[in-house]
Design a protein around this ligand. Structure first.
Ligand SMILES: C[S@@+](CC[C@H](N)C(=O)[O-])C[C@H]1O[C@@H](n2cnc3c(N)ncnc32)[C@H](O)[C@@H]1O
Length: 186
């Protein structure tokens, strides 16, 4: 279940640049940085927003325990079809906008989640929708839960501050383009 670079993934990213915000999947280094705050031994539910081709998804599944569930919300049909080919009983994939998180958690009978990992291109999403996504993330995270997001600029730093008691920033040059990683604690 290794994440391979496929030319078709970049084609899909470029074709849908307005909703993907990138031309190439995240590097291994960025994925490692993004997931480094996760305590995989204790996590029971992780949500992934904007999984795309599944490069973060696969890394999560590789490290998650048997009792942990991974809920993915992705708007792009082609990526959803690709993710549906991943055979893993812990994975739930939804063709849905990140702002409908509560509705999906209700369908699954899940109250709160431990982590929300996001690759959403927040800088390209309307401000009102970003706000509603952050409200969803905040209201569905357990106390002490984390929201992990990367971004190629600091455009949404000030949007996150009011929602979380702590927002830490890291930066990696080892991605195309270089990226900031936010670690937000509820
Ligand atoms: C930058 S790509 C990330 C792909 C992959 N996770 C990675 O890190 O390479 C962003 C993804 O977010 C998806 N996306 C954009 N807006 C969304 C939304 N409102 N809800 C769910 N997914 C969304 C896009 O379709 C795209 O697959």
């Amino acid at each position: 279940m290794t994440a391979r670079f496929r030319f078709s993934d970049s084609i899909n990213l470029i074709k849908n640049i307005r909703t993907t915000g990138t031309i190439t999947p995240s590097s291994k280094n960025l994925v490692r940085r993004l997931l480094s705050p996760i305590n995989f031994a204790e996590a029971r539910c992780i949500v992934e927003l904007g999984p795309g081709n599944g490069c973060v998804t696969r890394s999560l599944l590789k490290r998650m325990g048997e009792e942990c569930v991974l809920v993915c919300l992705e708007v792009n049909n082609e990526f959803v079809a690709q993710l549906n080919c991943v055979e893993d009983s812990r994975l739930r994939v939804y063709n849905a906008c990140a702002s409908s998180l509560r509705q999906i958690l209700d369908e699954l009978g899940i109250d709160k989640v431990d982590y929300v990992v996001s690759s959403l291109p927040l800088a390209l999403i309307d401000h009102d929708i970003v706000e509603s996504i952050l409200v969803e993330v905040d209201s569905n995270l357990k106390e002490g839960g984390r929201f992990l997001q990367y971004q190629y600029s600091l455009a949404n730093y000030s949007d996150m501050k009011p929602f979380f008691r702590d927002v830490k920033l890291k930066f990696t040059l080892r991605n195309m383009p270089p990226a900031f990683v936010y670690e937000c604690t509820k």
